[in-house]
Design a protein around this ligand. Structure first.
Ligand code: PGA
Length: 255
């Protein structure tokens, strides 16, 4: 993933669409929307990785996965490993999404996935986010714990290979008005950076931090420009080619 300077926009299709045919059509439309100065990543459901991968012909777009298992192979019914993802050309993988955590995944599981991805040369996108906010700021402690526990066992030198996705659960799946404001997002970005530098050292001051939760064409610009994030993780609107291409275009227009 060539994202040192480029913004990253990740399409998380979640458990959509329903058929190979629809997935192929959506892959083609997303590929057409790609912008040269943005790294777009498309994360379809696992059964569609092959067909969608073939539709992503633009140089600035790559294939991603929504989940992975920490072991390479063996008796793990239903799981998918890093080498399997690599054989499809997967470059990026989301881990620890709140919807997976709600299904029972814990920080330890997430950490084993991050470790396996880093070892295999796939960029992990580690999701963290609080359920609710409180005036006393206890949610910051929740975020810090989730971040550090989900990175446990990862060498300091490897932390910079991880992309952190801040996804407050209260914003996920909502409309643009419910997203965080750019100013509040910036506070979180500063907080996450401080935790990373305090824990892993100054060489991790540029770890990429992106935002997800109710990203829309109307707020993409503000979230990046004022939030100072390195990119966005887009859920339900990544299934709507028109809106997704507007999100890409408004990000591409940023100076
Ligand atoms: P949303 O989802 O854009 O639908 O809010 C984001 C996510 O869950 O990654």
């Amino acid at each position: 993933m060539n994202t040192k300077t480029k913004k990253i926009i990740i399409a998380n299709w979640k458990m959509n669409p329903l058929t190979i045919k629809e997935a192929e059509a959506l892959g083609k439309e997303t590929n057409r929307a790609a912008q040269k100065n943005i790294e777009t990543v498309v994360c379809p459901p696992a059964p569609f990785l092959g067909v969608v991968g073939k539709t992503l012909k633009s140089k600035s777009i790559s294939l991603g996965a929504q989940n992975v298992y920490g072991e390479k192979s063996g008796a793990f019914t239903g799981e998918i490993s890093v080498p399997m993802l690599k054989s499809f050309g997967v470059a990026v993988t989301i881990v620890g999404h709140s919807e997976r955590r709600a299904l029972g995944e814990n920080d330890q599981d997430v950490a084993s996935k991050v470790k396996a991805l880093v070892a295999g040369g796939i960029t992990p996108v580690l999701c963290i986010g609080e359920h609710t906010r409180d005036d006393g700021g206890a949610y910051l402690e929740v975020l810090k714990n989730q971040l550090l526990q989900s990175l446990s066992g990862i060498a300091a030198a490897a932390v910079k290979k991880v992309v952190i996705a801040y996804e407050p659960i209260w914003a996920i799946g909502k409309t643009g008005d419910d997203a965080i404001t750019g100013r509040h997002l910036h506070e979180i970005v500063i907080f996450i950076r401080k935790v990373l530098v305090d824990t892993y050292g100054k060489s991790n001051k540029d770890v990429r931090i992106i935002y997800g939760g109710a990203v829309a064409p109307e707020n993409a610009h503000e979230l990046i420009a004022e939030g100072m994030v390195d990119g966005l993780l887009v859920g339900h609107l990544s299934l709507k080619p028109k809106q997704f291409s507007q999100i890409l275009a408004s990000t591409a227009a940023l100076k």
